[in-house]
Design a protein around this ligand. Structure first.
Ligand SMILES: Nc1nc2c(c(=O)[nH]1)N[C@H]1C(S)=C(S)[C@@H](COP(=O)(O)OP(=O)(O)OC[C@H]3O[C@@H](n4cnc5c(=O)[nH]c(N)nc54)[C@H](O)[C@@H]3O)O[C@H]1N2
Ligand SMILES: Nc1nc2c(c(=O)[nH]1)N[C@H]1C(S)=C(S)[C@@H](COP(=O)(O)OP(=O)(O)OC[C@H]3O[C@@H](n4cnc5c(=O)[nH]c(N)nc54)[C@H](O)[C@@H]3O)O[C@H]1N2
Ligand SMILES: [Mo]
Length: 759
């Protein structure tokens, strides 16, 4: 059961309402540090993390660093994340000689990653069912020959998870486009694609407009659809600070999460000693899963109703000067009946009015969100509705206000900025071709879901992954496994052993790379790489630890090696780029808007912020204005007798990396194969607390998928809604069920039925 460590012990759950972070966090960190066998180096490295000069960027999440850059803003989960990379354990050739792939396939995912860091390139040997050592030159040659042997460049697909540095990202997309395809799927396709598309359409740039200063100046912060205490813990610092100066903080979530209660700010060790907690929320609103659009529309309705009597309720001047399509939106909102808003959102009208009053008295409002809005059919419309609501009161392009998506992986935003995009804009390709002397393909490439389907059909024969754990992160685990196994070659550039090394093509390579914490020395000396955080700040990151093995190469070097083997006549100076990353940055400065004078500006103490035109009320949309969108309210209710499932992370996991089977803030111990349920839904099905249950999902094409022997846990969640953990529940997410608006898999909108276990 489950893919965590499974240490035994009975599953349990209690809601102790302890403040988030604090001593529980300290204990949990101590355990992970001890298990990674890095007890001394751990705390030392953490001291260097997110530091102004010479430190490395915490790979834990994309939350920006504190503005003064001097005080240490660290968190429990960031510490766990780096320590996991810094483990002293090693996976070497003896390890692979001792275990067949079939044998390793029976291990838990925890056990695989727990073996430690990969040390040298390995190649799959079908005869012995084992990975055997291969030289770097041999590995590059295999990639090159296989790629050159394809009938078309579109028969290969190149994935990346959002941890790749900007420099490696740039080299990656350059190689792939010079080779001749835009097949560049990435984790964004499953994560914030909807946010990017909505913001691009509404305000002309696919990113938020806020920086951390705006968070510090807002009177009202609406924090939607994120489990901040676990997934963006450093946000708690900003929330605690906001609450101290009297700002309102509204959490919008079907589950009441830890961050909406009280917290001990991550770096405040004194407060930890006295167990003194600060409020990080002033109001909770609990919509049903998928009910956010209706909720936001209700708030807009109150604002527009008020405009009849109060000329200040709506910022008419802003709307006149800077927006388009206001009238259509206003008419739609006014025509939407309250009964529909209330039944779709599952929030009482009085509660919606309370929230609207807070919005009406606030002069500066920030609305922030994460996955609870994006991984659904109407993700794009919902993010557009956030913008609609902000536009009504001119909350855009000024201090303390604006849309602020919380991105996931530490450099997922930078990946997109630097060219990882299966649907690249023509202007970007034109610049790239002109500066780099290549001829980019113009047709759109495959995204994550389309890549899986193309692999199953045999149309994609080679799969490269720069980081990540594709086979578990992707939807429909069975379909994804089938696709990967149907390829001629899979190439995984990774730091640790994971499931994606075991679910492979007819030939397979594991190419181990340096981690973010490790020193990267090239011909011109020690190299730093850059990343972009959630708020468009770009800064340099230097590793300072000795590499886990002498045979490791940097991601830039591995990419250059594969590129040269693929493109023997390439005019791109691959070797020169790897010798000195300043040269990559010089080329990037010429290609990417906002990166002018890159090498100088990124060496300023805290880096620089990429220009965000919408922040200056310059809207690069067709109308030249910020655009309202009048979209119909979707139906968020599950069909009668069925439930709506949202999949999410526990506190003790990093995407597909599971640290333990506990979920501290939700009070859960020793179990991951669980389902949080409303007690009325349990009673209706004759299910009691901790009963074994089976969960069946119903796909749009009528197919069903089932998991057996999960545990039911009663929880404060709206009736008709259930929640459980990714990646275990990805088997339920049908490959064909993705949003027509964003192409994102519906990972937070699965229709399911739950019964007491028959097995
Ligand atoms: N420690 C740690 N940090 C991480 C990660 C990690 O795995 N571990 N992952 C990183 C990545 S890649 C990402 S993208 C982010 C993810 O950060 P989150 O978005 O917080 O990720 P999830 O755990 O999927 O949680 C989704 C949240 O949305 C809520 N939710 C579900 N459905 C709905 C809905 O319909 N409406 C609303 N309003 N809320 C809903 C859930 O209750 C939950 O609180 O975190 C990043 N940071
Ligand atoms: N059902 C469901 N599925 C989901 C989600 C959900 O909410 N629900 N969330 C989706 C989201 S938001 C995301 S972002 C994806 C995550 O998808 P991925 O990004 O593909 O998965 P991760 O688990 O983050 O990848 C972990 C692996 O990255 C490798 N790694 C770690 N550090 C480095 C490094 O520095 N370099 C390299 N090359 N490799 C490294 C390690 O080998 C590690 O095993 O999952 C998605 N899947
Ligand atoms: Mo993500």
């Amino acid at each position: 059961m489950g893919r965590g460590p499974n240490r035994g012990g009975d599953p349990s759950q209690k809601d102790d309402h302890a403040p988030s972070a604090g001593w529980g966090a300290a204990r949990s960190v101590a355990r992970v540090v001890a298990e990674a066998r890095a007890p001394i180096k751990g705390p030392h490295a953490v001291w260097k993390m997110n530091h102004e000069n010479g430190g490395f960027d915490c790979p834990g999440c994309a939350w920006p660093d504190a503005r003064d850059g001097l005080h240490l803003d660290i968190c429990e989960n960031g510490i766990k994340h780096v320590t996991w990379e810094m483990t002293r354990k090693r996976v070497d050739r003896e390890f692979f000689a001792a275990h067949t792939v079939t044998e390793l396939s029976a291990w838990t995912d925890f056990a695989l990653e727990d073996q430690g860091r990969l040390t040298e390139p390995m190649s799959y040997d079908a005869a012995s069912d084992r990975y055997v050592p291969i030289s770097w030159a041999g590995a590059f040659a295999l990639v090159g020959t296989t790629l050159r042997g394809l009938d078309s460049p579109h028969q290969a697909s190149f994935y990346t998870s959002g941890r790749l540095s900007n420099e490696a990202t740039f080299l990656y997309q350059l190689w792939v486009r010079e080779f001749g395809t835009n097949n560049l799927p990435d984790c964004s396709n499953m994560c914030h694609e909807a946010s990017g598309r909505a913001l691009q359409a509404a305000i002309g740039t696919g990113k938020g407009t806020c920086d951390i200063t705006d968070w510090e100046q807002a009177d009202l912060l609406i924090v939607m659809a994120v489990n901040a205490a676990s997934n963006a813990p450093r946000m708690l610092t900003a929330l605690a600070e906001a609450s101290r100066r009297g700002a309102q903080i509204v959490h919008v979530n079907p589950l009441i999460e830890a961050a909406s209660r009280r917290t001990i700010v991550p770096h405040e060790f004194a407060a930890m000693a006295t167990f003194h907690a600060t409020r990080t929320g002033t109001m909770n609103v609990q919509p049903r899963i998928g009910g956010d659009l209706a909720l936001l529309r209700g708030v807009a309705k109150v604002v527009l109703e008020r405009a009849a009597t109060d000329p200040e309720a709506v910022d008419h001047e802003f709307i006149r000067n800077h927006t388009a399509y206001y009238e259509a939106y206003r008419d739609l909102v006014m025509a939407t009946p309250w009964e529909q808003i209330v039944s779709q959102s599952a929030v009482p009208e009085s509660r919606i009015r309370e929230l609207a009053e807070l919005y009406l008295v606030s002069n500066r409002t920030v609305i922030s969100w994460c996955l609870g809005l994006t991984q659904q059919e109407h993700g794009v419309d919902t993010v557009r509705e956030i913008v609609n609501l902000l536009l009504l009161r001119g909350n855009l392009g000024r201090e303390g206000a604006g849309p602020s998506p919380v991105r996931g992986h530490s450099n997922v935003q930078g990946n997109r900025t630097c060219g990882i995009d299966n649907r690249p804009p023509a202007a970007f390709l034109d610049r790239l071709d002109e500066v780099c002397g290549i001829e980019s393909p113009r047709e759109d490439g495959l995204d994550t879901v389309a890549t899986i389907q193309a692999m199953r059909r045999g149309e994609v024969k080679l799969f490269v992954a720069l980081g990540g754990n594709f086979c578990l992160a992707a939807p429909d685990t069975d379909a994804t496994f089938e696709g990967l196994r149907n390829t001629d070659l899979t190439v995984q550039v990774s730091t640790k052993l994971n499931r994606s090394h075991l679910v492979h093509g007819r030939a397979a390579l594991i190419l181990p790379c340096l981690g973010r914490t490790e020193r990267d020395v090239q011909r011109a000396g020690e190299q730093g790489v850059t990343v972009e955080d959630s708020m468009s700040m770009v800064h340099l990151s230097y590793g300072m630890r000795k590499p886990a093995s002498q045979a490791l190469l940097s991601e830039c070097a591995i990419l250059a090696g594969m590129a040269q083997a693929t493109l023997p006549n390439s005019a791109t100076p691959w070797e020169r780029y790897v010798e000195d990353y300043d040269r990559i940055r010089d080329t990037m400065a010429a290609v990417l808007p906002g990166f002018e004078d890159f090498n100088r500006r990124v060496r300023m103490p805290l880096g620089f912020r990429i220009r965000q035109p919408a922040r200056e009320r310059v809207f690069l949309t067709d109308s030249g204005r910020a655009e309202f969108l009048a979209s119909p309210l979707p139906d968020a209710l599950p069909p009668a007798g069925r439930l709506m499932l949202s999949t999410m992370r526990s506190h003790d996991q990093w995407n597909t990396t599971i640290y333990s089977d506990n979920d501290r803030y939700r009070g859960v111990k020793n179990v991951r194969t669980l389902l949080f349920m409303n007690s009325a839904d349990m009673a209706e099905r004759g299910i009691r607390e901790f009963d074994l249950i089976d969960i069946t999902s119903f796909a749009r094409d009528g197919s069903t998928r089932t998991v057996w022997g999960y545990r039911a846990i009663g929880y404060d969640i709206p009736a008709g809604n259930v929640a459980g953990y990714m990646p275990e529940l990805n088997v339920l997410c049908a490959i064909g069920d993705f949003s027509t608006q964003s192409d994102q898999p519906l990972m937070k909108q699965q229709i399911v039925e739950v019964v007491r276990s028959g097995r």
